[in-house]
Design a protein around this ligand. Sequence first.
Ligand SMILES: Cc1cc2nc3c(=O)[nH]c(=O)nc-3n(C[C@H](O)[C@H](O)[C@H](O)COP(=O)(O)O)c2cc1C
Length: 204
Amino acid sequence: MPSNELNVLVINSSARQTDSVTRRFAEEMLTELRQQHEHVTVTQRNVADNMPFVNEKWVNANFTPDDQRSAENKSTLLFSNSLVDELKLADIVIIAAPLYNFGIPASLKAWLDQVARVGLTFNYTENGPVGLLQNKKAYVVIASGGTQIGSDIDFASDYLRHILGFIGINDVAIISASQFNEENEQTTVNIRNQISELAQQAVI
Ligand SMILES: Cc1cc2nc3c(=O)[nH]c(=O)nc-3n(C[C@H](O)[C@H](O)[C@H](O)COP(=O)(O)O)c2cc1C
């Protein structure tokens, strides 16, 4: 069992605190990681509560070069900076993402808007944008009711893969709780199998 520290950031975005499928399987992923690894440090970020949308003040502060930012600009970016720092520290990011109206929850998009920061998590270069985050894995737990995850009308999976790659997280595995039905035991078994297989490969 590896003894080096494994930092795990868990991003929950279901509006439901209880009976949430994505929260449940994100937790199971975490439990599996703990079984595979001796020292796991966990940071929980529940974006479903109080994740601010970027506004004009934020945009102006963000696009002012760092060395020209006023005290107000700096204070506007403090929370966003802390979310970026939290993400930078993580070796593994578990994202629990329910499918809401064929896409990701607005709260998760709000978090992504806070952490996709030019100069911090990506840069523009002559060859196009380059993600600045390195050596991270993401496990994305996606649950849906009727929509098949991976189908043409699932606008969450590819989007999350794209935006995570954009900021440098290219190693992304989707744990699909597609059309999840509690009463069908096989669906739970399938998800558990996905989780334990991925957790065994996760050891770093
Ligand atoms: C606001 C809202 C929108 C939803 N939109 C969809 C949808 O477009 N497609 C779908 O299959 N399920 C949809 N669902 C069902 C959820 O994806 C499903 O209940 C999932 O388990 C939610 O994740 P959670 O259990 O972690 O809360 C929606 C649920 C809510 C609350």
